[in-house]
Design a protein around this ligand. Structure first.
Ligand SMILES: [Fe+2]
Length: 116
């Protein structure tokens, strides 16, 4: 749940970014994520709150913090700065979506089902 909440906050920041929002496909993707994401954690969070239970224990918060720092400060920079790494030239599901409307007319067609 902590990861979902963190992701939701990140999407809200992204939705305020003019550069990202200037790309219609990116804009559509993040708008869909923003609309869909609360269903991933709010029912469980509200249930815990109704039961008077903690939504996260200290060790869960520490694990979430550590994982986030490792991803942001080591894993992602290492991935993007590795110039020798093979680059993906096509979307893995490009063949599946080629029969769908073009991304400019329906960006959501590039996305997997919201529940996947
Ligand atoms: Fe999610």
């Amino acid at each position: 749940m902590l990861t979902e909440q963190r992701g939701f906050r990140q999407v809200e920041i992204i939705l305020k970014n003019r550069l990202i929002m200037s790309d219609p496909v990116m804009k559509k993707i993040f708008e869909i994520v923003h609309r869909d994401e609360p269903d991933h954690f709010l029912p469980h969070q509200r249930w815990l709150e109704r039961q008077g239970r903690a939504t996260a224990r200290w060790n869960e918060r520490m694990a979430d913090w550590c994982i986030h720092k490792v991803l942001m400060l080591y894993k992602l920079p290492a991935l993007f700065l590795d110039t020798g790494r093979a680059r993906m030239a096509r979307w893995p599901d490009e063949a599946e979506t080629s029969a769908a409307p073009s991304p400019s007319s329906d960006p959501a067609a590039l996305l997997p089902s919201p529940r996947t």
